[in-house]
Design a protein around this ligand. Sequence first.
Ligand SMILES: N[C@@H](CCC(=O)N[C@@H](CS)C(=O)NCC(=O)O)C(=O)O
Length: 205
Amino acid sequence: MLKLFELSPSPNNLKVVLALNFKGIPYKTERVDPADRSNVVESSGQELTPAIEDRGIRLNDSEAILQYLDANYSDTPRLFPKDRANRKRCEEWHKRLNAEIGRHWLPPFLFAIKRVEELDATALAAFHGSLANFEQELSLRGHFAEGPDDAICDLRMAMWLAYAMPGEALIDRVGLFKRFREVYAVEPGRYPKLEKFLEPWHPLM
Ligand SMILES: N[C@@H](CCC(=O)N[C@@H](CS)C(=O)NCC(=O)O)C(=O)O
């Protein structure tokens, strides 16, 4: 069975968990202790997570893992489109989310995990501004993916939203998400369309 080396509060790790569950691929998790990374180092030769072992393959880097899963589990729902034009469109979306959400997400995250002492209120306000924009975009449709085989677009958005609007199952699995919910301070009902968008992703986290 596929083995996932996971450092659970991290977005790259959550992205791979979402992908495995979306595809319905059975896996077991080996937790990585941030203070002792010997298990992931022994497996992958480097200390960053996520990493996987599967069918004799040892692989790290979340994006490489997603590509590996699509290529090697071809009987499961695809994450990425097959054709070049649609893959490019998904890559543009990826860049847009990093610029409009990921960038502002980081300072409050560092505060939440106590890597910095003060909450960066400007970044938090920008994070909320981006959520408000995406809420508007959802007025036109119920999700962000546009074509067949581009679940990755929605999955990437679900990953970021999970920090501000985690489901109870995620909080049960990774207690820190309760703290993230407090720090990102999105009160229920503020972004109803994003909440609805996120609903089907909660069981996959
Ligand atoms: N490009 C890599 C980045 C991996 C990475 O930076 N992993 C982080 C967690 S998201 C990590 O292990 N950081 C070390 C730490 O948190 O101390 C990927 O996408 O997997």
